[in-house]
Design a protein around this ligand. Structure first.
Ligand code: 6CS
Length: 346
């Protein structure tokens, strides 16, 4: 039998080194300059906008690419943006689980009341290391043609109303606007209110005309969207941390060069690290700014005892979540609780 002919060792070594060099060049060489489109649900000075601009800066400083940012209002409502990203008209999009929940019901796990941590160190650890986000959700979003890049918090959610409320009974008959999530609807029903899903662009007008009597959002947004102007009371029941997600169109991401994928990962990581710290300061600033602009606004923080009925109602919301998502949601919730436990003991 004929023995296979191998190149002698020195030539083999030279050939192998040449191949390694080529691979390295392929990985590190900048790809051709492209324009990437990135839409957010908020204005460019809001948290999502600040994140997007940070991301853009890293991409543009390290490649020939340009990132065009489309802030809220330029391309439509949140649901329009996601459709455009799925279709590849946008390369990047920021959408919060309160809207994604209609497409990926499991995303609503981030809306469950009294689940996410309040302590900053736990929040940081959770968002950076959570298997729910980086493994389970990565897969669930991929099934919808989206590559999930990151999720980050935007601060504690507070509820604005016309009248004071301290109990579920006080909320009876009050129409409270929520994002278009079936789980948020069930949650506010369990809280005793009349949940009213509306797109972002309609919140201010609906409050002004008394079509709704309240809504929930993180503090920075109550200030930047001027929602306090059309509210008399802002109440903290301590039920949630607003969470958002940044995604890429999956085909675009997978067809990008290795160098571009690495650059997107680098920009995502650095922007996430930055924004988690940045958003932390905004709550206090918003509280001061709102009081300055409207001194007679009333801030109320429910006591532990007053929160108890809302904590009980949260159990109904959890049962509804499982009803909506089945065994997949059950597993998501189990994983989330494990992640939160890790964050607590880290
Ligand atoms: O409530 C909303 O619709 C909006 N809230 C925030 C904090 N970001 C975007 C979202 O569309």
């Amino acid at each position: 039998m004929k023995k296979p002919q191998y190149l002698p060792f020195p030539e083999r070594f030279v050939l192998f080194s040449f191949f390694c060099l080529l691979m390295q060049l392929f990985i590190t060489l900048p790809s051709k300059a492209d324009t990437w489109r990135y839409a957010t649900e908020e204005s460019s000075t809001d948290i999502q906008g600040v994140y997007a601009n940070f991301f853009k800066k890293i991409i543009e400083e390290n490649s020939g690419h340009k990132v065009l940012i489309y802030p809220f209002g330029t391309l439509g409502e949140s649901t329009d943006l996601l459709e455009q990203a799925q279709a590849g008209l946008l390369q990047f999009v920021d959408q919060s689980p309160g809207f994604t929940g209609t497409l990926i019901p499991e995303a609503q796990v981030f809306l469950l009341p009294y689940v996410l941590p309040e302590k900053h160190s736990e929040i940081v650890y959770f968002f950076k290391n959570s298997k729910t986000i980086h493994k389970t959700f990565y897969q669930l979003y991929a099934e919808q043609d989206l590559t999930l890049l990151t999720m980050f918090p935007e601060g504690n959610v507070a509820i604005t109303t016309r009248e004071v409320f301290r109990s579920k009974e006080d909320l009876a008959g009050m129409k409270i606007r929520v994002m278009s999530s079936p789980l948020l609807v069930e949650t506010y029903k369990a809280f005793g209110a009349v949940p009213t899903p509306l797109p972002t662009g309609e919140i201010f007008g609906a409050l002004q005309t008394n079509m709704i009597q309240g809504q929930e959002n993180p503090w920075f947004y109550l200030e930047s969207a001027k929602l306090y102007e059309v509210s008399n009371v802002i109440t903290e029941i301590g039920h949630n941390l607003y969470t958002t997600a940044v995604m890429a169109n999956k085909k675009f991401y997978e067809n990008s060069s290795v160098a571009d994928q690495l650059l997107i990962k680098k920009a995502t990581k650095e922007a996430t690290d930055f924004i988690i710290e940045y958003q932390k300061k905004l709550e206090l600033i918003a509280k001061l700014e709102i009081k300055k602009a409207k001194p007679n606004i009333q801030y109320i923080t429910l006591t532990d005892a007053e929160r108890e009925p809302f904590r009980q109602a949260a159990k109904i919301a959890q049962a509804k979540f499982i009803e909506m998502t089945g065994s997949s949601g059950k597993e998501v919730l189990r994983q989330l609780q494990e992640d939160l436990n890790d964050a607590k003991h880290h």
